[in-house]
Design a protein around this ligand. Structure first.
Ligand SMILES: [Zn+2]
Length: 138
């Protein structure tokens, strides 16, 4: 039996969730668009004890694409009806970590740009223009 096949269905689902959260579709769309613009970034690297989705090391710009559900987009977050207290705590921990990550990066001299997944869907060009402005300083 291979290692992959020895996972229980529950473990496999957990793995797939983890993968999806790391490289989500909106994040991949943003990365491809940045690349097309000639903006060269690093992805999934550690900076100041955080892991931004996209990092411009020379310009010191860190970009996060925040999922509307996991990070509490004011427009799209809806508290699940089952186990609301659990989900409230879960969201609060993510929001708190986001705030701490911002502070750590700022203390390291980084500009932090955060976008909702829905920003990427709605106005990818605008997001790319804004990032380009911070990275290229124009
Ligand atoms: Zn949203």
């Amino acid at each position: 039996m291979t290692g992959k096949d020895s996972l229980t269905p529950e473990q496999r689902r957990a793995n797939m969730r983890a993968v999806r959260r790391k490289d989500t579709a909106p994040e991949m769309r943003l990365r491809r668009a940045l690349w097309r613009e000639g903006l060269r970034y690093r992805a999934n690297i550690h900076v100041a004890n955080t892991t931004p989705d996209v990092v411009f090391t020379r310009a010191r710009v860190a970009v996060f694409v925040d999922g509307c559900f996991w990070h509490g987009c004011p427009e799209h977050y809806k508290l699940p009806r089952t186990r609301p207290d659990y989900w409230k705590g879960r969201l609060q921990r993510n929001v708190d970590r986001d705030a701490r990550d911002n502070l750590k990066l700022q203390a390291a001299g980084y500009t932090v740009l955060r976008y909702w997944a829905c920003d990427i869907r709605r106005d990818l060009d605008g997001v790319v223009r804004e990032i380009s402005h911070y990275v290229r300083g124009q």
